[in-house]
Design a protein around this ligand. Structure first.
Ligand code: UDP
Length: 464
């Protein structure tokens, strides 16, 4: 991003994540923080509705927040009749509201130089152009998933998919069930499908393409993206303090979004009392809502594994916990409705992460060296889970049965395999390898935009 910094002038960048999902806000917020640490002024833009419901905890006070309207200021997405209405209103009202914000900032002496926008909001580029601003699109999903969606737009991946296996540039052979569900179940969620396809509609006109990945993690597919677009890998968007385990300095460095039932200290002091590598952490991200049957299977699987567990059960899911489960497992488990996930994953008591494989959760786990039991539900989670098991070797997948449920015995067995089994040993070795590579990616270039490649001079041991 060096080009936008002019001598004697601090560049001001607007950062616009897709409103609603933490999986979009978190990485862009972390990236904003990195820009700030480079001397760039960054303003995070969220919707009026979200600004009321999400708390931004920024002890450094360095990040600015501004709001735009998505047309549903009282209820956000839940207020819209359907996804189509929400997305089209977000585009029409959001564009106008964003233009007004840019004007207002200009008039109040805080002019904008560039916009970094979520790939789910491609209309932002038109607003940026209207004001002659530089623009970067930020992809919060993996590059492999970018490639799948892109190739669905070009026709290289024909929809509906009729072949049992799919071969795409830079990707392993994928079974249909390993493709993002919007692609494998083509036609099932048309509004969301159109949204993921629209990510590429104007990508050729953008100044930079930023991806939350790092070169070593997705070499082939990053190379493929770089051939077409001015691509920078900016991942993992994880504060280096977690990689260094300097968590006690959280206050000094932290910018995060917390919606908590317990203070973060409750989770952390509970973890502090547990032996190294002994805890199973269970979380299905910020918006998955599991059914009562699946909740019961997880509960029984955890109980049967006999491991310590920290389980994030969101408010709408609380009533689905089996009767007396909390009381019966008091010795072994802690159930919270939210936790500081990165701090939790960085804790040495962690032995396994049972996750829905939201991309951020996978990236965070991999960067912090925590083995995974993958329980993907839908969209890109199934592809991420494939990578977790078969490409990165950092976990085991347990897949849904025909009723869309993972049974308790698979969960119990999966946890035991990761924590104590033969495969677990290999997985732990790989997890450490990826943690080191992720740490290097963050250390070498905090903006992540430089790829380091080597050639041989014929004297690999001593050089000249
Ligand atoms: N997260 C958190 N505390 C929790 C659960 C989730 O801080 O109790 C964060 C997590 O660290 C990640 C994000 O929420 O950054 C979830 O993103 P992900 O892509 O994994 O899943 P999504 O919520 O988009 O399904």
């Amino acid at each position: 991003m060096g080009e936008i910094c002019k001598p004697n002038k601090v560049a001001h960048v607007l950062i616009l994540p897709f409103p609603g999902q933490l999986g979009h806000i978190n990485p862009m917020l972390q990236f904003a923080k990195r820009l700030i640490s480079k001397g760039v002024k960054a303003t995070l833009v969220t919707t009026i509705f979200l600004s009321k419901s999400v708390t931004l905890s920024d002890p450094t006070g360095s990040i600015r927040l501004e709001t735009i309207s998505d047309g549903f200021d009282q209820g956000g997405f839940a207020q819209a009749e359907n996804p189509e209405t929400y997305l089209s209103t977000l585009k029409s009202v959001g564009s106008q509201s964003l233009a007004n914000l840019i004007k207002k900032l200009g008039e109040t002496g805080q002019p904008i130089d560039a916009i970094i926008y979520d790939s789910f909001l491609p209309w932002t580029l038109d607003v940026a152009k209207q004001f002659g601003l530089l623009a970067a699109v930020f992809f919060t999903q993996s590059c492999a998933v970018n490639s799948i969606y892109y190739h669905a737009t070009t026709g290289l991946l024909k929809l509906p998919v009729e072949e049992p296996d799919v071969s795409l540039p830079g990707l392993p052979l994928l079974k249909v069930s390993e493709l993002p569900s919007l692609v494998s179940h083509y036609g099932s969620y048309p509004a969301w499908f159109d949204m993921v396809m629209s990510q590429f509609c104007n990508i050729d006109e953008v100044d930079w393409v930023l991806v939350n990945s790092f070169y070593e993690l997705e070499k082939e597919v990053v190379d493929w993206m770089s051939k077409s677009w001015n691509t920078g890998t900016v991942g993992p968007t994880i504060p280096s303090m977690y990689l260094d385990k300097r968590v006690e300095n959280n206050k000094e460095y932290g910018i995060s979004l917390f919606k908590q039932s317990l203070s973060p200290m409750t989770c952390m002091s509970w973890l502090n009392s547990k032996p190294k590598g002994s805890v199973v952490y269970v979380s299905f991200g910020s918006h998955a809502e599991l059914g009562a049957e699946q909740m019961a299977e997880i509960a029984m699987g955890l109980k049967a594994s006999n491991c310590y567990f920290l389980w994030v059960v969101r408010e709408p899911e609380k009533c689905k916990l089996p009767n007396n489960f909390k009381e019966e497992t008091r010795e072994k488990g802690l159930i919270v409705s939210w936790c500081p996930q990165m701090e939790v994953l960085a804790h040495e008591s962690l032995g396994c992460f049972v996750t829905h494989c939201g991309y951020n959760s996978v990236l965070e786990s991999l960067s912090l060296g925590v083995p995974i039991l993958a329980m993907p539900q839908w969209i890109d989670q199934v592809t991420n889970a494939k990578y977790v098991e078969d490409v990165w070797g950092v976990g085991i997948r347990v897949l849904l049965d025909e009723e869309g449920i993972v049974g308790r015995e698979f969960i119990e067995h999966g946890i035991k395999e990761v924590m104590e089994g033969e495969r677990g040993k290999e997985i732990r070795k790989n997890a450490i390898k990826w943690k080191n590579l992720a740490t290097e990616a963050v250390d070498e270039d905090p903006t992540g935009s430089i790829h380091l490649q080597t050639i041989s001079d014929g004297f690999d041991q001593g050089g000249f």
